[in-house]
Design a protein around this ligand. Structure first.
Ligand code: FAD
Length: 516
């Protein structure tokens, strides 16, 4: 293994994963460059409310955190990766404390919240429900203080394998202007998820899954792309932004009711509102269909007002703008696309199948989440595997990339580049939501794939020398999600097929996608 001749790493993305990797690289003596297609402070990370999971309580242990993570993953977690996540978590939280993240405390002890499918209270939070913002602001300050070069409004457009030199990256400014190929070296993808490709989503607009499409085009293997997690409780009102009401609200005792006031989750799962996310999301979806009502309601009126306002100040401020007081009013909520479980396949050190290309954070498929992510494990994943990527860049160790049980080869031909890009993007969002959403069926997936292929023909550039733009990448990522979802003829974790509604033992394997 070589350490890329000491070449400076290019880190793409300024969420928790990218900021943390860049910082740790700097501390380990490297000179990373950090780029983001948007502003330094616009990433999904800042919207994370609930917190970050770590076994710190007196009744808790990494072994219990691991057990909960494996259970949520519905038989598909990579146990070695999940073990790394749970056992290295306390050290990474110590790093955040060292950097100055002001985690909330009660009487001098760190305050630990409870969330769905966690058997213990282990969610650290900051500013009540402003955990992501607090982490991002702290890491951002540290990155700037460390003098790390940051290039805002600079998008990664394509990658090309350059053998032992690493990976050559094409970057461009806004609207694809001033494209430049930077010298080949190690590249760390920290480009986040794809949630905003769905019509209904909790994610900010930067979350378009571009890193997945770019890595796939360059020849990297993807895994688990069919697993898209839907969050069950996002604020619903016509024309209002899709503001997430964190799961921690249910952890504090809020319950879900239909319009008639019935707790429809009782009797569906022994943990009722604290059942795993996929179960709650599908139950909400079913209830909305059954009652033909556009939302269900989160009833937090049993939680003492002072406690609710202290723990969830941002949620309260948001609700107040709609004239709602959670100590008195039920909160209208609906499920939306939230988290991309799969992504670019990595080993335990963040190395992808492409030499010199690393991935961490939501864009990576490390195997920790299996078929369904345990709440508050994703900020943590960015840190734990970000640390491993930084160390790997300095002291490489050889690992074997996990081999998927089934590999699907996907061809994606060049197009004319003459399509209406804005219309194509909107169509992608509708198709994903309608046909590749909470409940999927083979006929819908096949129809979506046909349309994605058509959209690909008009959005892919005509010339092979021209890197595909964001809309072409959106179409490709959407198509890859649908392809994996069609391949998996069972229901497991976040992936539910109404034509194959049960879990099948023979599908306890990962689906890999590679370019033809
Ligand atoms: C509303 C909400 C609440 C959440 N709550 C929690 C929670 O409580 N706990 C938890 O653990 N997780 C939570 N999550 C999930 C978690 O926030 C994300 O998984 C995590 O922040 C992802 O971090 P990241 O660094 O991988 O990516 P991001 O934070 O999304 O950052 C991606 C970066 O990549 C950049 N980028 C993308 N494409 C390109 C490109 N082509 N070129 C250059 N730059 C590019 C983006 O601009 C951005 O800077 C929540 C998510 C949402 C949406």
């Amino acid at each position: 293994m070589r350490n890329h001749g000491g070449r400076a790493p290019l880190v793409v993305g300024t969420g928790i994963a990218g900021l943390y990797v860049a910082l740790r690289c700097r501390e380990l003596g490297l000179r990373p460059t950090l780029v983001t297609k948007s502003r330094l402070d616009e990433a999904t990370t800042r919207y994370a409310q609930g917190g970050i999971a770590t076994a710190l309580g007196p009744d808790d242990s990494p072994a219990l955190h691991l057990k909960d993570t494996l259970r949520a993953g519905a038989g598909l977690c990579d146990p070695a990766a999940a073990k790394v996540l749970a056992y290295e978590a306390p050290a990474r939280i110590a790093d955040l404390v060292r950097y100055g993240v002001p985690f909330d405390t009660v009487e001098g002890q760190v305050s630990l919240g409870r969330e769905a499918a966690h058997s213990r209270s282990r969610i650290l939070h900051a500013g009540g429900d402003a955990t992501g913002l607090s982490i991002e602001e702290t890491l951002k300050r540290r990155v700037l203080d460390a003098g790390i070069e940051v290039r805002e409004r600079t998008a990664l457009r394509s990658l090309r394998s350059a053998g032992s030199a690493g990976v050559a990256a094409v970057l461009s400014g806004e609207h694809g202007k001033n494209a430049e190929e930077v010298e080949a070296g190690p590249v760390v993808l920290a480009t986040g998820g794809a949630g905003s490709l769905y019509r209904q989503s909790s994610n900010p607009s930067v979350a378009t899954g571009e890193g997945v499409a770019i890595a796939f085009r360059a020849g990297a293997q993807l895994t688990d792309m069919e697993f898209v997690q839907f969050h069950p409780t996002v604020f619903w009102r016509e024309g209002a932004p899709r503001y997430l009401i964190t799961e921690a609200v249910r952890g504090e005792g809020a319950v879900l009711r239909n319009e008639a006031g019935e707790r429809f989750l009782l009797g569906q799962h022994r943990d009722a509102e604290l059942a795993p996310r996929d179960i709650v999301a599908r139950a909400v979806n079913r209830e909305m269909e059954r009652t033909n009502h556009p939302c269900v309601y989160l009833d937090a009126t049993a939680i003492p007002r002072d406690r609710f306002y202290a723990r969830f100040p941002s949620v309260c401020r948001f609700l107040a703008t709609y004239g709602l007081d959670p100590s008195r009013d039920w909160i209208p909520v609906t499920p939306v696309a939230h988290y991309m479980v799969g992504g670019v396949t990595t080993d335990l050190e963040g190395q992808t199948s492409l030499r010199g290309l690393y991935a961490c954070g939501e864009v990576a498929s490390t195997g920790v989440h299996g078929a369904n992510r345990l709440a508050s494990n994703s900020l943590l994943e960015g840190l734990v595997f970000g640390e491993r990527v930084a160390r790997q860049l300095v002291h490489p160790v050889a690992r074997a990339l996990p081999a998927p049980g089934r590999t699907v080869t996907v061809s994606w031909p060049p197009g004319s580049g003459r399509g209406n890009l804005a219309a194509a993007f909107e169509r992608v969002r509708d198709l994903l939501w309608e046909d590749v959403g909470i409940v999927r069926v083979g006929s819908g997936l096949r129809a979506a794939l046909v349309e994605f292929a058509e959209l690909g023909k008009s959005t892919e550039p005509g010339r092979s020398t021209e890197p595909p733009g964001p809309v072409a990448n959106a179409v490709l990522t959407a198509s890859l999600i649908a392809r994996a979802a069609l391949t998996r003829t069972e229901s497991r974790g976040a992936h539910y097929r109404s034509d194959f509604p049960v879990r099948r033992p023979r599908w306890r394997i990962h689906i890999g996608l590679v370019k033809a």
